[in-house]
Design a protein around this ligand. Structure first.
Ligand code: AMP
Length: 278
């Protein structure tokens, strides 16, 4: 495995004879990341993973400085998984003096996570597009835990004719259903126990919806109430179509997704569940 920190070096790795898979991460790797990495390895001749805590996707009072980091053990995990390249960019090369671009996609980036994090997806779009332009992969792999992010990047690539296939990978959870996240590190044991109830609430609601599609409209409020009863602050609970449009009709859509963002102690945790229509 080659670890690259220089932009000039990573620009040279693309071999046109080989399919290259790319997995962008912010490090502090867990099994969720590694399952994406394994998928990329299984579908490509070569795989590259980036580790970069991207400052432009953090708001002013967010956790950029405290974001957990563990480069040594990340590299061990990636080596063991069989990754070919790891790119650890230098901020001076990603955001050199004079960097001036923003990426705006009004509807999708201002919704859901974009309401409490208005600049977040601008940063995400910049870093993903920039890393893809540098690395020139054939395939990009993202997790469905960040479902809105996945849709935004798919839209961005479609709109700008970026010739890279984007694959969304399934959410990996702990034994009790909690979606793995680097930010779970912020949770103390009591908070961890409460956080583990979030997915159970979503699963119960999914069952109710499957039994009675007519009752969709009551779901959001019911979930909000159940989360509040755990003593947690809800950022949002949203029932959407798979394209993240509001579910406006009582006619059963082909698929609905419930997305939540919840504050647990210092952490803001995301989860979602997809429910197939009838
Ligand atoms: P991050 O390091 O949090 O920026 O995540 C890097 C990639 O891993 C993103 O595409 C995330 O959606 C994905 N990811 C994070 N956690 C999980 C998880 N529990 N299951 C699947 N993918 C995940």
């Amino acid at each position: 495995m080659r670890v690259i920190t220089d932009l000039s070096e990573v620009l040279k790795i693309k071999n046109n004879e080989k399919q290259l898979g790319f997995v962008p991460t912010m490090g502090y790797l867990h099994e969720g990341h590694l399952s994406i990495v394994k998928r990329a390895i299984s579908e490509n001749d070569e795989t590259i993973v980036s580790i970069y805590v991207n400052p432009t996707q953090f708001g002013e009072n967010e956790d950029l400085d405290n974001y957990p980091r563990s480069i040594e053990s990340d590299l061990e995990k990636l080596e063991q998984a069989g990754v070919d390249y790891v790119y650890i960019p230098k901020s001076s090369e990603i955001y050199p003096e004079g960097f001036a671009t923003n990426i705006i996609m009004p509807e999708l980036t201002k919704d859901l996570c974009g309401i409490s994090r208005p600049t977040h997806f601008n940063g995400v779009c910049i870093i993903v597009l920039k890393l893809c332009n540098i690395i020139k992969p054939n395939n990009l792999y993202l997790g469905k835990k960040d479902y809105q992010q996945l849709l935004i990047i798919q839209q961005l690539f479609k709109d700008l004719n970026v010739q890279i296939k984007v694959t969304g990978c399934e959410i990996v959870r702990d034994n009790e259903g909690l979606a793995l996240s680097s930010r779970n590190k912020y949770l103390n044991p009591e908070e961890l126990e409460v956080a583990r109830k979030l997915n159970k609430i979503l699963k119960n609601e999914a069952q109710l919806i499957t039994k009675d599609w007519q009752n969709l409209s009551a779901s959001e409020e019911r979930i909000k109430m159940e989360i509040s009863e755990l003593g947690l602050k809800v950022d949002y609970v949203a029932l959407r179509t798979e394209r993240l449009r509001p579910v406006t009709t009582t006619i059963c859509p082909s698929k609905v997704i419930i997305l939540i963002a919840v504050y647990v102690g210092q952490a803001r945790l995301l989860d979602n569940i997809e429910i197939e229509g009838e």
